[in-house]
Design a protein around this ligand. Structure first.
Ligand code: NAP
Length: 266
């Protein structure tokens, strides 16, 4: 593989941290641009250099995203791996701590819908809309956006989790839609809606009790699966699913894949 740079957005994510560590170990990776709402260690600088990793603080507003993209573009490196990891499922100390996925219609409320859509749909889409200058090179480039199997409309059998499911379904549509335009403007980019599987991170913590041990993945395992998928994914391949004899073809430039490289119905 030729040498490359990686860009990780939502770099504070536990899975993102594992991916950064793996990029650091990879001699072909010349550098990692890591973007987060806060630095991983206490530090008052807005950008710092740590081994191969250069950190940027970004509040994910449009102006802040533009600013970071411009700063990275000045280095004009060959970014061919992008991970967009942002997502929330329940409240944390930083947001509404009592927020939990909705179990029934009566739990649905505007505040939660808006907060979850903002982190899971709006933020990744803002990034996708501003990335073109960084990824429009000649090299095969993969942009992985962290989605979730529960965002599959055709796979929804158990209901609940209204805001999370809908925010990931909306993200998937935005990925499909963007892939059509990317095909014209950044031809060598494949967009991957990625389902990591249940992974041991703060996001899944409250829901881990019912998960069998062998189905709860470590962030390191999931990161290595994702990076391998990004290396091997077929560019411009049609992700087809045969249902009752009818092939349902997806977009050539977008794929919805799980941690085991299996296609998920959109
Ligand atoms: N863990 C699982 O079992 C699982 C399963 C399916 C899908 N996923 C998806 O995988 C992705 C990574 O999650 P994780 O498990 O690594 O969780 P995590 O450690 O809790 O990471 C959370 C991520 O979300 C970002 N974030 C949190 N609140 C945000 C807000 N209000 N606005 C913008 N960004 C915000 C953080 O970005 P900063 O760096 O800026 O803080 C960080 O990237 C998420 O999209 C999640 O939905 C996870």
């Amino acid at each position: 593989m030729s040498s490359f740079y990686a860009l990780i957005i939502g770099a504070g994510s536990t899975i993102a941290q594992a991916a950064i560590a793996q990029f650091e170990q990879n001699p072909d990776c010349l550098g990692v641009f890591a973007v987060s709402r806060s630095l991983p260690h206490e530090d008052s600088n807005s950008a710092k250099v740590e081994k191969k990793v250069r950190w940027f603080i970004c509040d994910n507003s449009e102006s802040s995203i533009k600013d970071v993209v411009q700063q990275i573009n000045q280095h004009s490196p060959n970014i061919t791996k992008v991970l967009i990891c942002n997502g929330v499922l329940h409240g944390t100390q930083q947001n509404n701590e009592t927020m939990m996925p909705e179990k029934k219609l009566e739990d649905v409320n505007a505040e939660q819908l808006e907060a979850v859509f903002h982190a899971n749909t709006v933020v990744p889409m803002l990034w996708l809309s501003k990335l073109v200058p960084l990824v429009k090179g000649k090299e095969a480039t993969q942009v992985a956006l962290f989605s979730a199997r529960v965002g599959s409309i055709s796979d929804n059998k158990s209901g609940g989790w209204y805001s999370y499911r809908a925010s990931k379904a909306a993200l998937n549509m935005l990925i499909q839609n963007s892939a059509i335009e990317y095909a014209r403007r950044a031809k060598n980019v494949k967009l991957i809606a990625f389902h990591p599987g249940t992974t041991d991170t703060p996001l899944s913590k409250p829901f881990q009790r019912s998960v069998p041990k062998d189905k709860l993945f470590t962030p390191e395992f999931v990161a290595s699966q994702l990076l391998a998928i990004m290396d091997s994914v077929e560019m411009n391949a049609i992700e087809g699913h045969a249902i009752e004899g009818h092939a349902i073809e997806g977009n050539r430039n977008a794929a919805f894949l799980d941690w085991n490289n299996q296609a998920i119905n959109w």
